[in-house]
Write a new protein. Structure first.
Length: 608
């Protein structure tokens, strides 16, 4: 069954073409990646399919109404007072409205000490309707989904807008998990997620009973979930079966085939041009030699016929000419470092660091960074990864312990928030401030970082996140640091640019400390790993990320944890039975039922 059929759609921004002649189909049960460079219009295309933007041309046919779609947005605009739990509950609009009404009536009854007869009557009617809709079952399902996404109950009541990027993504995923729509549209679903949540998401998407259309730059996630790739370009859209690895293999085969065809055509063109030149010379010579002799003049015209035949062959060749694809701009970057003859770049001993009034993120922590180190720091969100990088970079001071840098150590720091950039400067001016930098040299370097022509006059504060990332790397390029401390360096880059960054980091002669959710980056660059988890001792893994990921890691529960898990299962089973029990006729019995449900929910939350 075809769920979406797109034919020759076109989109423009302020009269400037974004993409055109885009045609594709999405079939039931597929996991389709919408792929393309940053700025090509992937999010715009998704928004157009959702009816939020109109297209300037073409048609879109739907086999499924958009009400049955589920959407994960990069930027979700909701009221400031909506909590995380309320957002998930809003997946059932009718149940959410009835729940709000019950809460309003309950407040009225408390204020009037039960003396508001109208409120009592309406409360009974709304409550009965809520039971018929299985409203408490929906509440339990919403809470279960939030728990599955590792959101603590204390976070459920927080306004959605106040949550971190990772928390917002998990709340949206919990809402989708609860609803189970037939078609999922996910825009960058892996953004800000830690490894454990990403692995859960991969499994969920892979086994989802419906259809999934998504945009992502996480190559591991794509390889583990996609069944097809739609490559969007400014002049159309091409479909490739399989995931990212298969897509790359097919693109390489295409490139080789085109190169062979192009070479053959160029050779055939040279032969035809040579034949045309030769026949033209023969005709001119024979025509001059024939003079006024009609017989010789007629004979010379045979060469003209052959000349015209070769010209026709050349015209046909030009009409069917194979064009090599125009190479898209690529990042060209080589990171260099100051000469460093020593062994140890930095050493941390007995480091203690806390965040706010909570428990220590790091306690009695030791770390030595040597020349040539490639250290990847792994762990869930909140484990202290970014804090550790800020300590090494000297951005913050430890509460205890000592950090010693070699006198020749020069640290280059990349902040994931990109908040240390000169936002008021233009890209070109930020370079011209460097001693001895000329306009010509600056333009050449900016071209290597994919800032051509008029782009160099853009104000840094007006750039996209991907462009700001390239500016941040530009600053590292000139820093000549021998220890790079990188916090999510590839977060906002497209796949092609990520691969260029990986090549530059792999060839970098200095030391590296990297925090990233990009598992491909760790695979290509890291030579040892540091595993951080709040409440546990830091662990060093002396090997590559590939070896770490392949190693069997099982969780053994303590007797206390096993007991708690068993008790939790009993309570959840009891709650499920109560949720689906038939409502009795009496008001008192229904109130008792509701009180027991609330008590069970509270006990379950305490055990989780």
């Amino acid at each position: 069954m075809t769920l979406i059929k797109v034919k020759n759609i076109r989109k423009e921004w302020n009269g400037i073409p974004l993409f055109a002649d885009v045609s594709f189909e999405i079939f039931e049960g597929e996991r389709v990646l919408l792929f393309g460079r940053n700025g090509i219009g992937k999010t715009t295309l998704l928004q157009g399919l959702l009816g939020r933007y109109s297209f300037e041309g073409g048609t879109v046919a739907y086999g499924l109404p958009t009400e049955e779609w589920g959407v994960l947005d990069q930027q979700l605009d909701i009221r400031s007072d909506v909590s995380a739990l309320e957002y998930v509950l809003s997946g059932s609009a009718e149940a959410a409205a009835l729940k709000r009404r019950l809460e309003e009536l309950s407040r009225r009854l408390q204020e009037s000490d039960g003396g508001d007869a109208a409120a009592v009557g309406e409360y009974g009617e709304v409550y009965e309707h809520y039971l018929q809709l299985d409203g408490y079952g929906w509440e339990a399902k919403a809470e279960k989904c939030l728990n599955q996404l590792k959101l603590h109950p204390a976070e459920w009541s927080l306004p959605y807008r106040q949550l971190s990027g990772g928390q917002k993504t998990r709340v949206q995923l919990a809402a989708l998990l609860a609803r189970q729509p037939k078609l999922l549209v996910l825009d960058e679903p892996t953004n800000h997620l830690d490894e454990a949540t990403m692995i859960w998401l991969e499994e969920w998407v892979r086994n989802y009973p419906g259809t999934v259309l998504y945009v992502s730059h996480d190559r591991t996630f794509i390889d583990r979930t996609a069944t097809a790739v739609l490559e969007l370009s400014s002049h159309g859209c091409r479909r490739y079966p399989g995931a990212y690895k298969q897509y790359r293999e097919q693109k390489e085969v295409e490139a080789r085939t085109l190169a062979v065809q192009f070479k053959k055509q160029e050779q055939e063109k040279e032969k035809l041009l040579e034949s045309i030149r030769r026949y033209a010379e023969w005709f001119q010579q024979a025509h001059r030699a024939a003079g006024q002799n009609d017989f010789l003049r007629a004979k010379s015209k045979k060469n003209v016929s052959r000349l015209h035949a070769k010209e026709a062959s050349l015209e046909r060749l030009q009409m069917n000419r194979v064009e090599l694809p125009q190479a898209a701009p690529k990042l060209s970057m080589k990171l260099e470092s100051e000469d460093f003859q020593g062994d140890t770049l930095a050493a941390m001993s007995g480091i203690r660091c806390a965040y706010g009034s909570g428990p220590d993120l790091l306690e009695n922590f030791h770390l030595t960074l040597r020349r040539g180190d490639r250290l990847a720091v792994l762990g869930p969100n909140g484990a202290g990864k970014s804090t550790l990088l800020k300590l090494i970079a000297g951005i913050i001071e430890p509460a205890g312990g000592e950090l010693r840098l070699h006198p020749r150590t020069k640290v280059g720091y990349f902040a994931q928030e990109l908040d240390d950039l000169p936002l008021a400067s233009t890209i070109l001016d930020s370079l011209l401030e460097l001693p001895g930098m000329t306009q010509t040299e600056a333009r050449t370097i900016l071209g290597c970082f994919m800032f051509p022509r008029e782009d160099v006059f853009k104000r840094i504060g007006d750039l996209s996140l991907g462009e700001k990332c390239r500016v941040a790397f530009l600053r590292l390029y000139f820093g000549r640091a021998n220890l790079l401390v990188l916090d999510e360096p590839t977060n906002y880059l497209d796949i092609d640019t990520r691969e260029r960054v990986e090549e530059a980091l792999a060839a970098y002669p200095g030391g590296l400390v990297i925090v990233s959710h990009d598992r491909y980056l760790h695979t290509k660059v890291a030579s040892r790993l540091l595993l951080l988890e709040r409440g546990r001792e830091p662990q060093f893994y002396p090997g590559t990320y590939e070896e770490y990921a392949a190693k069997e890691r099982s969780t053994v529960l303590t007797p206390e944890e096993q007991s708690r898990e068993g008790e939790l299962q009993v309570l959840e089973l009891r709650l499920a039975r109560l949720m689906h029990s038939e409502s009795s006729g009496s008001e008192a019995a229904n109130r008792e039922l509701m009180a027991e449900i609330v008590s069970l929910q509270r006990a379950i939350r305490e055990l989780r």
